[in-house]
Write a protein that binds this ligand. Structure first.
Ligand SMILES: *Cc1c(COP(=O)(O)O)cnc(C)c1O
Length: 389
């Protein structure tokens, strides 16, 4: 079956008569008929079976969401977490040991640097960054490298990477490769199909799609998939039934939401590229985007994100004034919901290898929502005048 067909049918109750959606199970305790039944469940659980045995270990509602995300990511095991950042931490917690070494892409989501400074380095893990190219990755690997961690495309300006080439280096050296797949959210690209070991997502963004739930997921095959699940239990990481229910509901419409986000963002990107003071539109689907060929080769489409880079002589205060003028774009973090958002961003603070951003113009990230694109264009057109006042 095609992915979009499975996304409609996965994780739904099979007994009849049945509701269309799985019921929300809210529980800590799970009760058994007898001690014998309880002991049997615990034994099978110990042997690796996924069973309904205690709230922290998952419920039929979270299991349904796990199955759907496993299909979306084309992997065997999915672990759910209470946020995308918790998903990143689970990967590091499972695959790194004190005294070990990790290589991280320079274009990662900024809070990863907080994990590096606040946890990994103080706990004796050596961290190096690479510029996204296979050549630089090779030069940063050491004999004690335990993990390669990347995100494709990178945060804020969507730096492309040759994922199969990175995966082939990782495989040859027998080092796990973890990929943050939030941008594609499974529907546009699946890292495990390109040779990655682990794919993680902030489900908070497009999977949930309605800006009302925090969610992380980590998907992997075989032994590493099982180890990630065991570490989540060890760490006490779990997701509530209501959040799992809403995420599963969001997943049903992921495909059609993504198509509308993409066509709206493509149209706005074309329009913005013609506006005064625009130096560049960062959006992998644009032919002038660096690595556009890799995007065409590895991805099924684009999403609602684009970032406007202003000419170098543009004052950041003018960009702030433009944002204040917008009526249809909310001011706030995150993206992937149905609504449009605008966020000025300083790329230089998010990179440690590439200082070219210190000499470039300010940037404005837009998440293009499901509004009529003509209305969004008119809103931006009005606000653009703030640049010249
Ligand atoms: C938002 C985001 C995260 C973190 O997700 P939260 O659910 O907000 O913790 C991780 N990676 C990327 C690429 C993101 O955009």
């Amino acid at each position: 079956m095609k992915l979009e067909t499975d996304l409609i049918h996965l994780g739904r109750p099979s007994e009849t008569p049945a509701p269309v959606n799985p019921p929300v199970v809210r529980t800590s305790t799970v009760t058994f008929d007898s001690l014998g039944e309880m002991r049997d469940v615990k034994q099978r659980r110990g042997e690796g079976e996924r069973l309904f045995s205690y709230g922290r270990r998952g419920t039929p509602t979270t299991h349904a969401l796990e199955d759907a995300i496993s299909r979306l990511e084309c992997g065997e095991h999915t672990q759910l977490l209470p946020s995308g950042v918790a998903a990143i931490n689970l990967v590091f917690m499972t695959l790194l040991r004190p005294g070990g070494h990790v290589v991280i892409a320079d274009s990662v989501y900024l809070p990863v640097r907080r994990i590096v400074e606040g946890w990994l380095r103080p706990w004796g893990i050596v961290v190096d960054f690479f510029d996204g190219t296979p050549e630089h990755l090779l030069s940063q690997l050491r004999t004690d490298t335990q993990l390669i961690y990347t995100e494709v495309p990178g945060s804020l300006v969507y730096d492309m990477q040759d994922l199969p080439a990175l995966a082939s280096i990782a495989t040859k050296r027998d080092i796990p490769l973890a990929v943050d797949n939030t941008w594609a959210s499974g529907i546009l690209m699946r890292p495990l199909e390109h040779g990655a070991t682990v794919s993680l997502m902030a489900g908070t963004k497009y999977v949930v799609g309605h800006s009302d739930v925090m969610l992380g997921s980590v998907t992997a095959n075989g032994d590493i998939g099982r180890r990630l699940g065991e570490m989540a239990v060890t760490q006490g990481q779990c997701l509530g039934g209501d959040d799992a229910y809403l995420a599963l509901r969001g997943l049903r419409t992921l495909k059609c939401r993504m198509e509308t986000h993409a066509s709206n963002a493509q149209r706005l990107g074309d329009w913005l590229a013609q506006q005064p003071r625009v130096a560049r539109i960062h959006q992998p689907s644009r032919t002038e985007h660096v690595g556009h060929d890799l995007w065409q080769r590895d991805f099924n489409g684009t999403n609602g994100l684009l970032t406007v880079e202003f000419t170098v002589d543009t004052d950041t205060a003018r960009v702030d004034a433009l944002v204040e003028q917008l009526m249809l774009f909310g001011i706030g973090s995150s993206w992937g919901g149905f609504e449009s958002l605008a966020l000025p961003c300083d790329i230089a603070t998010a990179r440690s290898l590439d200082d070219s951003w210190l000499r470039r113009g300010p940037c404005l990230r837009l998440h293009v929502g499901l509004e009529a694109p003509g209305d969004l264009e008119a809103d931006l057109g009005r606000a653009w005048q703030a640049l010249e006042n």
